[in-house]
Design a protein. Structure first.
Length: 183
């Protein structure tokens, strides 16, 4: 539907669904369904994480609640500066809760590293991260991530929530973008 903008399919819909189920089973083992901290709180990072967030919540065999944050990096649009601004904060207090940050991708790691520091000051009972994708070759800072779906090469990827200039989020798979689109 985007003509020949997509150079190749990197991860199919079926592979995403299989990995999501696998991650859900691992995550569920870490949080008892009747934890004294209450239901596991999924914190989705808008907008990229929306598809993964909803599919993961449906795959998790334990009760979860959902909150969303929107953050934006200052500086150039092609590389993250690590200075992050909150565009939409959580609606609820997370003190004493088991919190799992849900991300679509860790690129430089700067967004997540900032977000973890920010949320940890709010005294959650626990704070972990699940990300569908990670680019090991693009990491600029160490972030402790409990669950990673796929480590991928340092290429421009779109689909399943990931955008280029707000486009392509609606693709049901992860694809690489043809360089002609952004060059
Ligand atoms: C993307 C992606 C991650 C972040 C990763 O979000 O969804 O949240 O960048 O980059 P980093 O590891 O280099 O910090 P973006 O800021 O593009 O917003 P979006 O989710 O609304 O697309
Ligand atoms: Mn994002
Ligand atoms: Mg984006």
């Amino acid at each position: 539907m985007y003509g020949d903008d997509i150079a190749s399919v990197l991860i199919t819909q079926e592979e995403i669904a299989g990995k999501t189920k696998e991650l859900a089973e691992l995550i569920a083992k870490r949080y008892p369904a009747d934890a004294p901290e209450g239901d596991l709180l999924l914190v989705g990072v808008l907008k990229g994480a929306i598809f993964f967030m909803t599919d993961l919540a449906k795959a998790l065999p334990i009760p979860t609640q959902m909150e969303f944050m929107a953050v934006s990096s200052y500086g150039s649009s092609t590389s993250s500066s690590g200075v992050v601004r909150i565009m939409k904060d959580l609606d609820k207090d997370i003190a004493g809760r088991n919190v799992l940050i849900v991300e679509d991708i860790i690129d430089s790691g700067l967004t997540l590293s900032w977000l973890k520091r920010n949320l940890s000051t709010r005294n959650p009972a626990s704070l972990e991260v699940v990300t569908l994708l990670r680019k090991p070759d693009a990491l600029r800072t160490h972030v402790d991530v409990a669950h990673v779906g796929f480590d991928i090469p340092n290429e421009f990827v779109v689909g399943y929530g990931l955008d280029y200039a707000e486009r392509y989020r609606d693709l049901p798979y992860i694809g690489t973008l043809d360089p002609k689109v952004y060059s």
